[in-house]
Each structure stands twice: as C-alpha cells, then as structure tokens.
Design a protein around this ligand. Structure first.
Ligand code: GRF
Length: 207
C-alpha cells in the first residue's frame, strides 16, 4: 500500500519536488496527496499543481511563527479529509503545537539543514559556518514538541570548506536533503521504522 503523504511548505519547495519526483518514478512507496502552504506565494504550490497534486494555501491567521487555534484545526481537517498517513514538513516555517502533534503521533517528519542536535532553529548553515566546524549536514527527524529535537531518522554529512559561503554550503547540504528525505519516507512506508526509548530503530520489524 502506498503511504499517503501530506506536505506542509512555506517557500521554494525543492524538497517537496524531490519527494514528488521519487514518488512518481516509483522509487518510494509513497504518494503526495496534498500540499498545504501558509504562504500564498510559495513556489512549492506551483510545483505541486504542475503535476496535478492538490495544493492549498491555508491562512495561518497569526503573525507568530506557530500553527494554532482555528487555523490548526483547518490544517488537520484537510489532512484528514485526504486520508494522510504521514505529514512531511518541508521548509514549513511554523512550529506545530501539542494538538497537531498528538493527532499525528510519530507520523510527522521534518528536515533540518544541519547535523542535529547542533544548530537548531533558523539559519542553521550560517550557524555551522560561524562555528568553525569542519562538517555539517542534513537531518530528518520525527517532530515532537521539542523543536528540532525529536528522534533522528537519518543524517547525511557534508564537509565545510574554508572558502564556503552560506550559499555554497546550503547547496551542498540541499543535495543531501533531497536524497535522505525521500529515503526516510520510504522506510516508514515499508514499515521499517520503530521508535524505542525515544530513539529510531531501522530494520525489519518482527512480530
Ligand atoms: C531546507 O533547507 C530545509 O532543510 C529547511 O528549509 C529549507 C527548505 O527548502 N527546513 P525547500 O523549500 O525544500 O527548497
């Protein structure tokens, strides 16, 4: 059975694109059934519409970077109506709160452009550059109320070069994001992810 994926976005949508491409080509056992944006101008909406995927702007109704109240209910309603099994945050610039997270417990993933738990929050690539570290990367994790702190599913490491700019490092990381996010979705779709003691275990699930 194909895993029905709902993707929440705010902007460019290159991660969404890689998920769509790999679902259409059959590389992953998933189908993107709905895309929701808190930004009516998000390029991600056009990427979805171009291939006939339902794509909606839903007003978040707050200036704060969170999803709460009636807007939260509306997002949940659309996800339910579309029988979404897995919610993927792909550049969605709002923090999800307890109600949303408990409705989709262990069924929400996020991608972050750093090796968590280092460099949580905004401008992770800039934080990595400023730290002087030699490596950074990308992390896909489950979303919990601990922002950027949920159990890690997969990570990919990239080098940081001395002449890197925020842009060049971001591009190197993005390439890995596009590889590991669909892979994580596929692992979940194939029933290969368990969570034990707040840690992700990957492999065949017996019994
Ligand atoms: C990515 O770097 C992702 O890690 C972060 O936001 C960015 C979204 O890019 N959460 P895109 O919209 O998928 O191109």
């Amino acid at each position: 059975m194909l895993c029905r994926v709902g993707v929440l976005v705010s902007g460019r949508g290159t991660n969404l694109q890689s998920i769509i491409d790999k679902s259409i080509s059959g590389e992953i056992d998933a189908e993107v059934v709905v895309v929701i944006s808190d930004n009516p101008k998000a390029q991600a909406l056009n990427r979805a519409r171009k291939v006939g995927i339902k794509a909606l702007y839903l007003d978040p109704a707050t200036e704060k970077p969170i999803l709460v109240g009636g807007a939260e209910d509306k997002y949940l309603q659309v996800l339910k109506e579309n029988q979404v099994d897995l919610v993927c945050l792909a550049g969605f610039m709002r923090v999800l709160k307890e109600k949303f997270i408990s409705e989709y417990k262990w069924r929400i993933m996020n991608i972050h452009p750093a090796l968590l738990p280092s460099f949580k929050g905004l401008h992770a690539q800039r934080q990595a550059l400023n730290s002087g570290e030699r490596f950074s990367g990308a992390t896909v994790h489950f979303v919990t109320e601990d922002v950027d702190g949920g159990p890690i599913i997969l990570q990919a490491v990239v080098p940081i070069y001395q002449d890197d700019t925020e842009e060049s490092l971001s591009q190197r990381i993005l390439k890995e994001e596009h590889r590991i996010y669909p892979e994580c979705i596929n692992l979940l779709a194939k029933g290969k992810i368990q969570i034990k003691d707040n840690k992700v275990i990957i492999g065949e699930i017996n019994g």
